[in-house]
Design a protein around this ligand. Structure first.
Ligand SMILES: Cc1cc2nc3c(=O)[nH]c(=O)nc-3n(C[C@H](O)[C@H](O)[C@H](O)COP(=O)(O)O)c2cc1C
Length: 151
């Protein structure tokens, strides 16, 4: 799987007014009609129980300069949001992280246990697309996308 280059996202929510979030590369599109997206979370995640309670979550697609933020939102024992340069409340108060290239606000649609992970599927109810260049993850290293190198 380390050979599979992937975009990096931080999934956020604010159940009970407390912001939570974690870094994922397992984010993917599932369906266009209805608009469904998904990600997988480790059963051992301390963030998942709070995330699961939320009536809304956001997928913040990270920009190439947000690698430190990606690392912080995968770190245990720190206040992740204190390391964040800024965020604002979107639909239902869900945290939208400043500097991300896209935000997808979702309502929970389905959850399933798959091996040692949980599959979380959300229905997209709002999007914001500030744009920019994406952060990628490959062979345990953050990097940038370079267009037009295939000719
Ligand atoms: C680039 C990157 C991608 C990650 N992708 C996932 C993922 O898709 N699913 C997951 O469960 N954990 C993933 N992780 C690990 C979680 O972010 C990390 O284990 C989690 O934040 C631990 O904290 P928690 O116990 O509060 O969930 C990833 C970490 C990094 C650095």
């Amino acid at each position: 799987m380390a050979a599979h280059a992937a975009g990096v996202a931080i999934v956020t929510a604010r159940p009970g007014g407390v912001p939570v979030g974690l870094t994922v590369t397992s984010f993917t599109s599932v369906s266009l009609a209805p608009p469904l997206v998904s990600f997988y979370v480790d059963h051992a995640s301390a963030t998942w129980p709070a995330l699961r309670e939320a009536d809304c979550f956001a997928v913040n697609i990270l920009a190439e300069d947000q690698h430190e933020l990606a690392a912080n939102f995968a770190r245990k024992g720190i206040d992740r949001f204190a390391t964040c340069p800024g965020w604002r409340a979107g639909v239902s108060g869900v945290p939208l992280l400043d500097g991300s290239i896209a935000h997808l606000v979702c309502r929970p649609h389905a959850v399933a246990d798959i091996g040692d992970h949980v599959l979380a599927v959300g229905r997209v109810v709002a999007t914001e697309l500030p744009g920019g260049r994406p952060l990628l993850y490959h062979q345990a290293t953050f990097g940038s996308f370079v267009a037009g190198q295939c000719e």
